[in-house]
Ligand binder design. Structure first.
Ligand SMILES: Nc1nc2c(ncn2[C@@H]2O[C@H](COP(=O)(O)OP(=O)(O)OP(=O)(O)O)[C@@H](O)[C@H]2O)c(=O)[nH]1
Length: 453
């Protein structure tokens, strides 16, 4: 998508500002200082009356935070002078990205902007007297809010495009979660097609009724799911070519009157089926690695799908009575394990801790390796006491299991855990920050402990 760059937007914004006389800008700045609170009140009052908007805003945390941040936003927008227009543009982009993250519909944001303008107009009309023109002041306010909305909307659409793509990739990822099963299923689907074909040939069926590979169970899975899931993989074009060649060339020859031609076609079809299976094995094998969302060392999820998982859990929590907790788990003094026993020993410890985390969680929970020696557990359907108890048990499980660092080196390893229960805030960054903060406190408090925020 072609769009103005930051530089251009900043220049446009500056032009908007400069065409308004300074005394008028000064008066608006004062208006925001005196009435910013009322504008924010008006905004929330009207938005909370909208049942859809209140889904996103009625949370106490949001109200507490957004109220002052809306006032700060107004102050920043309507300052008489701006030292740096690019940072003003960046601020709007950040707001747009948050909107996308919490999935607030763009029409609600625009409706909020309209409410805000309305509140401004009323106040301007009530207080601005000559020589200050209420009309000019309203245009100035309106242009500024529109400018901010334009930038937010663009940042919103870029971010939500990205979210949608990641979500799609996640669906396909979960579809191929069990690569071993999928491989076996498709292998037997391909064999079934071959058998059906041999039977049809033996029965001298008409060419039009011979089973096509592209219409078989295998072919349908391949065309509808695999092609999409593994788009861009070099093997995909070759597999497609083989399928087409079987259906469009070799099936015809199967009914040739010359038996040697028929035999040749049979051989070609068998070879094509083998090649397809082999290529598919390669693609599936790769898909089970890091690229598909798993960390290659620990086999846990990597961060790729963190945003999808957390957004979905927030959505589930919003529509149900259940809550989820985030547990940030970090191995204590891991650097000294590496330094004393070597990097391979460190890797072994990472794998064993990962395996404990994985074994300790239920089927609906998620375990991510966030990087280095830090892990994140998304514990679903839980509450304050439940998550604390789980974290405490986990800490003890790690502490009491001696870790095999090398051939004959056993180590005692501990972890610190920061726990936070989802508090209804629609932005998952907020919960991640709280979990991080809890982990920081666990470390600061001496490590090998659980802190609940
Ligand atoms: N073996 C191994 N080491 C890693 C890997 N990823 C990161 N590390 C190392 O992990 C160490 C983390 O060290 P720090 O962040 O100082 O943390 P720490 O020593 O655990 O100290 P505290 O967390 O404060 O208890 C660094 O030395 C990294 O190089 C990995 O995949 N394998």
């Amino acid at each position: 998508m072609r769009y103005k760059d930051k530089h251009q937007l900043a220049a446009e914004w500056q032009t908007l500002l400069e065409r308004t006389p300074k005394p008028l800008r000064q008066a608006i700045e004062t208006l925001v200082e005196h009435h910013g609170q009322n504008f924010a009140d008006h905004f929330y009052r009207v938005m909370l009356e909208d049942p859809h908007a209140s889904l996103f805003l009625s949370n106490a945390q949001v109200e507490q935070r957004l109220h002052p941040s809306m006032q700060r936003w107004l102050k920043a927008m309507f300052a008489v002078e701006h030292a740096d227009f690019e940072s003003l543009v960046e601020q709007q982009e950040k707001v747009g990205q948050v909107h996308a993250r919490i999935d607030i519909p763009v029409n609600l944001v625009l409706s909020g902007a309209r409410q805000l303008k309305q509140a401004f107009y009323e106040q301007i009309n009530a207080t601005f007297k000559s020589p200050l023109s209420p009309g000019d002041a309203s245009v100035y306010v309106s242009d500024h809010i529109d400018m901010a909305m334009e930038i937010m909307s663009h940042a919103y659409s870029v971010a939500s495009d990205r979210n949608a793509r990641t979500e799609e990739a996640y669906k396909l990822f979960s579809l191929t979660q069990n690569i071993g099963d999928e491989r076996e299923r498709q292998r037997s689907a391909l064999l079934n097609w071959e058998n059906a074909l041999m039977f049809a040939v033996a029965a001298q069926q008409d060419i039009a009724t011979l089973p096509r590979l592209s219409n078989s169970d295998f072919g349908l899975w391949y065309l509808h799911k695999a092609c999409h899931a593994f788009e861009g993989a070099p093997e995909i074009a070759t597999i497609s070519r083989h399928i087409k060649q079987v259906d469009c060339e070799w099936l015809e020859v199967l009914l040739h009157e010359d038996p040697s031609q028929r035999l040749k076609a049979l051989g070609e079809i068998r070879d094509a089926a083998r090649t397809v299976l082999m290529l598919l094995d390669d693609v599936l094998q790769r898909a089970s690695g890091l690229d598909a969302g798993r960390d290659s060392l620990t086999r846990l999820l990597n961060r790729k799908f963190l945003s999808v998982v957390l957004s979905r859990e927030i959505d589930i929590a919003r529509h149900s009575e259940h809550c989820f907790a985030l547990l940030m788990v970090d191995i204590d003094h891991f650097k000294s394990i590496n330094d004393t026993h070597g990097h391979d020993a460190g890797d072994n410890v990472l794998q064993q801790v990962a395996s404990i985390l994985d074994r300790s969680t239920r089927g609906g929970d998620y375990v991510f390796r966030m990087g280095g020696e830090e892990f994140l557990i998304v514990l679903v359907n839980t509450d304050h006491d439940g998550s604390r108890l789980f974290a405490e048990r986990l800490r003890q499980s790690v502490a009491k299991e001696p870790m095999l660092a090398g051939a004959d080196t056993l180590l005692n390893v501990t972890v610190s855990v920061g726990v936070t229960l989802h508090d209804g805030h629609p932005d998952y960054h907020h919960s991640l920050q709280r979990a991080d903060q809890a982990l920081y406190e666990a470390k600061r408090g001496g490590r090998d402990r659980v802190v609940v925020q």
